[in-house]
Design a protein. Sequence first.
Lengths: 228, 228
Amino acid sequence: MSANRLSLEPIGESQSLKARAYKALKAAITQMNIYDSKVELRLDERDLSAKFGISRTPLREALAQLDQEGLVRVVARRGIFIVRKTKEEITEMITVWAALESMAARLACKVAGDEEIAALHDLVDDFSQDAVARRMGEYSDANITFHQAIIGLGKNQLISDITDGLFVHVRAIRNRAIFEDDRAKRSIGDHKVIIEALEARDGERAGKLVCDHTMRLRDHVERYVDIE
Amino acid sequence: MSANRLSLEPIGESQSLKARAYKALKAAITQMNIYDSKVELRLDERDLSAKFGISRTPLREALAQLDQEGLVRVVARRGIFIVRKTKEEITEMITVWAALESMAARLACKVAGDEEIAALHDLVDDFSQDAVARRMGEYSDANITFHQAIIGLGKNQLISDITDGLFVHVRAIRNRAIFEDDRAKRSIGDHKVIIEALEARDGERAGKLVCDHTMRLRDHVERYVDIE
DNA sequence: CGCTGGTATATGGTATACCAGATGACACTA
DNA sequence: TAGTGTCATCTGGTATACCATATACCAGCG
């Protein structure tokens, strides 16, 4: 059947230059291994505005936003510096993450659908046993995906937003984390137990398992990861 | 004894106009009862810049920051609007608060000094029994002070920062919350039990008590507070 | 009277110019 | 040589002018 009337989509308004500059900068910063070697940690407003082909004004606003998020520090008359988080800041972030994901797991037991919880299996089974042998970076990403999935099941948008902000930073040091075979295997075991608790709708237990699991990562980072 | 050498403080450099505008705006917004009546929810960049005696540029950066924090929404070619949080957003914030304060309580059992925990008594005893009769606004402030104190004992700067941001919003609806005598008395009872758990260094128990206590507030708000 | 389309105005977005303080090179002095 | 003053220059902060569009108002037409 042919359309007998025009059905038009609203024109997708192109984002503001500020928004685009923000995304571009954030992508660029999060992709570089700022904890490696001697990468240039200094940015220049004029350089960047020239490279992006926009004026300093929207670029400055994007930088101000990144500054507030803690990815960058803007110092008057000195420069703009990409921030390297201290180990203490990283462990604090993981602690907050533990608290929020734990709460999300509790909530999930109340509000998540059976099929949503069941879908978690797919995120774990892919990495059962042998798959652990793959390079750790890949495992780490899948690991984060699993945790984000749990957080999503809690259906608390604020928790999702806050943890998203944290993942950006935590992810930046994942290459520094020593994810030895041992940890990866144990991690997968933990994940399976967490799913069981969720399926049993045991919020108390699921929350505790998630919290302990993530706090072990925190302790691991504190003990074995060397930043600077 | 007289000083035998000059000890000079660094000259407190006057903050940037952006920072000052930010503080002024934030104070102004948080002080007004945005959930009452028909207060003007619209702001105008040019008006504000004129009133503050600064140009639009630093003012815009301050507004952008408030926008990111969720106090304000800047819409292109439409205006700047003071945000009224929905009830769902408020309850989500209280949930996050519960998760973080609970974690802070657990941490406090490990890292807080005995005298620090003991100091909590002062924040509760002031409001024992009769004091509850005071007007609820005052109680509410003291209540928040108590919870902030616990969070402080956890010595996790990030938790403190995030919850500080949340308190701004939650505080805005405190006048809408029905803090009947009953709740206030029970609340004080809860607080005393929480202190006991902290003194016993029972992190598990302290965390659970704090979480349950705050989640009860969440449920209360969800059931009895009417926004819009 | 009511709908339609043009148009003035309001308002946030962007570009540009200038300002002030921080830095470092360098010459000068003791 | 070490310390000091000067100055060019770099860099983020601020002011201002202009741009693009959402909105409201109004004239014109039926």
